[in-house]
Design a binder for this molecule. Structure first.
Ligand code: RFL
Ligand code: PHB
Length: 390
């Protein structure tokens, strides 16, 4: 098999990249480990930045997103039961976010790829990348138990945190940065009308809680739990009781409903400072992970491939390698900004020190400052909706 760009992974990064390339007349083939059913059902992110929605508009894949997605213009930050509204659209001169499940995004992108003739090979596992330093690198893969290869001009590893792309970068070619947080998120999906029409991030002495939603009938909620905690330790009633406690504020009620999905996810910040080697390029979770408190992972993955697609187009159309050479440098500006914001939101909203300690008071002072200072509220707002300039 041969193509111009061999893409490993049919997550948001790989699928968006293939569509951007197709628009420029560049051929790509996607290899995806899992089945189509599996990737279309994988529950993850839910919040899209304005930049991401704008890009999906440009790609003409946003019809359902605009019909079913919910535009949001602000969020609530709550601390010890005191709720403060951050009207981020007002504070950013009109920029909004959209609630639309990642699995819906993935469904729309796969459908568009197939309609536009982009080959996606599901249940196909990339096992090795050879010849990255030559002009025709090769992806080795297995399909139906058979070993095969895909020869390309470039390889885009959009294969997530556990993929093979990163493992093919020479060990001494990059620095790695990592924080493993001492807590995880227990997330649920429930058939319950959202108890609030916008998101609530809440600090409580028992730990953090987040109220999000997917539709007028489905709520998405999260609880901070200890690392190593097991989902079997949490009955549905215990989850709702704890959410009620941690999200409580005067005169407000939490709507309960049937929980139809639950799981625990560890929280980490991770990145490498080189996202390319020879003809191999990494994008999305393959190169960086942010804790979900800033709602940035998917948005960052899409921002990477926008830059990568421009680089490939410039190479194939103008024989100019400059944008590709600068790929890491261009991406890292946004990645570091987003790492900082995601880490800031994580420390602001989670319980990480005894209630009432010095650290707790610093945390509370940061929260109070948002209420007193428009400048601080604006800082949070512009980062949350996504900076346009970088
Ligand atoms: P993905 O989605 O992990 O896709 C990688 C794909 O590569 C495939 N793969 C391989 N294929 C072939 N051969 C191999 N050897 C392969 N190895 C792997 C995998 O099967 C997979 O299909 O990475 P991508 O495209 O970079 O996208 C990143 C996002 O999925 C991720 O950052 C977000 O889900 C993070 N995230 C959030 N991001 C947001 O922007 N907003 C949010 O509100 C938000 N909330 C969240 C989140 C992530 C969460 N979890 C579960 C980690 C909430 C949670 C709870
Ligand atoms: C979600 O709806 O899944 C969601 C929203 C905001 C976050 C994280 C997850 O910060």
């Amino acid at each position: 098999m041969k193509t111009q760009i061999g893409i490993i992974g049919a997550g948001p990064a790989g699928l968006t990249l293939a569509l951007l390339l197709q628009k420029q007349g560049i051929n790509a083939v996607i290899l995806e480990n899992r089945s189509r059913e599996y990737v279309e059902a994988r529950v993850r992110a839910g919040l899209l930045e304005q930049n991401t929605v704008d890009l999906f508009d440009e790609l003409n894949v946003s019809e359902r997103l605009h019909k079913e997605g919910l535009a949001h213009h602000g969020m609530y930050l709550s601390f010890d039961g005191v709720r403060h509204y951050v009207p981020y659209t007002k504070l950013t001169k009109g920029r909004a976010t959209t609630i639309y499940g990642q699995q819906e995004v993935v469904k729309d992108l796969i459908k568009a790829c197939i309609e536009r003739g982009i080959p996606i090979h599901f249940e196909t596992t990339a096992t090795a990348i050879d010849g990255m330093e030559t002009s025709s690198p090769t992806i080795q893969f297995t399909q139906n138990g058979e070993n095969q290869s895909l020869t390309c001009d470039f390889v885009a590893a959009c294969d997530g945190y556990h993929g093979i792309g990163r493992k093919h970068l020479p060990k001494d070619s990059y620095n790695e940065y990592r924080i493993e947080y001492p807590f995880s998120w227990l997330g649920i999906l429930a058939y319950a009308p959202p108890s609030c029409d916008e998101l609530i991030y809440s600090y409580h002495e028992n730990g953090f809680a987040l109220l999000s939603l997917r539709s007028p009938t489905v709520s998405r909620l999260y609880l901070q739990v200890d690392n190593g905690d097991k989902i079997e330790n949490w009955s549905d009633t215990a989850i709702w009781d704890e959410l009620e406690k941690r999200l409580h504020t005067e005169g407000w009620n939490l709507q309960r409903g049937e929980i139809f999905e639950k799981g625990i996810t560890p929280m980490r910040s991770f990145m490498i400072d080189k996202m390319q080697h020879g003809r191999l390029f990494l994008a999305g979770d393959a190169a960086h992970i942010v804790p979900p408190t800033g709602a940035k992972g998917l948005n960052l993955a899409v921002a990477d491939v926008k830059i990568l697609a421009k680089g490939f187009a410039s190479y194939f159309k103008k024989k100019n390698i400059q944008l590709l050479d600068n790929y890491t440098k261009t991406c890292l500006k946004r990645v570091w900004r987003v790492q900082d914001f995601s880490n800031f939101m994580t420390y602001l909203m989670h319980k990480q020190a005894p209630h009432g300690s010095f650290e707790y008071h610093l945390q509370k002072a940061k929260f109070d400052y948002i209420q007193y200072s428009k400048a601080q509220a604006m800082t949070i707002a512009e980062n949350y909706v996504g900076l346009k300039a970088i």
